[in-house]
Design a protein around this ligand. Structure first.
Ligand SMILES: NC(=O)c1ccc[n+]([C@@H]2O[C@H](COP(=O)([O-])OP(=O)(O)OC[C@H]3O[C@@H](n4cnc5c(N)ncnc54)[C@H](OP(=O)(O)O)[C@@H]3O)[C@@H](O)[C@H]2O)c1
Length: 168
């Protein structure tokens, strides 16, 4: 099983503010939904709760929520993991081939060194925020693809879908 991180990241590394996203990029959201569909997704409890209730659990995928709260899991249709390692092990035991780590900041930080692939949407603007994607050494990653999405009436800034793979 490979571990992939998927995130949209501003030029200054910001990924969120006040437990929400700081932009609305509908085509990137569609890309996220399509890429992660039929896979296990690993999420921090805060990111999970930032998903509007009508969209969670994210459908057609196994939602693994990482939390230290022993009683968590009142919602139906999620798997609760008491640590990142146990969340990863759960996905493996389900026969997953590619686990997607979907955030937020704390969970990316704890998985960046386990990841073999990164799906980074580079958002070409700087934003104010309180949550950042972790620093990583770009020289250790090969860029497999880069696709530009222009700014338009639904997308207030230009962005690039990129896929990076860890150099063995
Ligand atoms: N731009 C993007 O692509 C993107 C993607 C995802 C999220 N985001 C943004 O990221 C922000 C949320 O990120 P965040 O860093 O605040 O929170 P988070 O990583 O989503 O969740 C943090 C929570 O996860 C649990 N946790 C963390 N490490 C753990 C461990 N080792 N063992 C057990 N549980 C652990 C804890 O839950 P308990 O407190 O319940 O114990 C902790 O409070 C939001 O603003 C969101 O919009 C952005």
């Amino acid at each position: 099983m490979i571990i992939s991180l998927i995130a949209a990241v501003a030029e200054n590394g910001v990924i969120g503010k006040d437990n929400d996203l700081v932009w609305r990029l509908p085509d990137d959201m569609k890309f996220f939904m399509k890429t992660t569909e039929h896979h296990c997704v690993l999420t921090g409890r805060r990111n999970y709760e930032s998903i509007p209730p009508k969209y969670r659990p994210l459908k057609n995928r196994t939602n693994i929520v990482v939390t230290r709260q022993q009683e968590y899991g009142s919602e139906e249709g999620i798997q609760v993991a008491p640590s990142v390692e146990e969340g990863v092990a759960m996905a493996k035991s389900l026969g997953e081939q590619e686990l997607f780590v979907i955030g937020g900041g704390q969970i990316y930080e704890q998985t960046i060194n386990l990841a073999q692939r990164l799906y980074i949407t580079e958002v070409m603007a700087r934003f104010e925020g309180d949550t950042y994607f972790p620093q990583y050494d770009r020289s250790q990653w090969e860029e497999l693809s880069r696709i530009r999405h222009p700014k338009d009436e639904k997308h207030r800034c230009e962005f690039y879908y990129t896929v990076l793979e860890k150099i063995p």
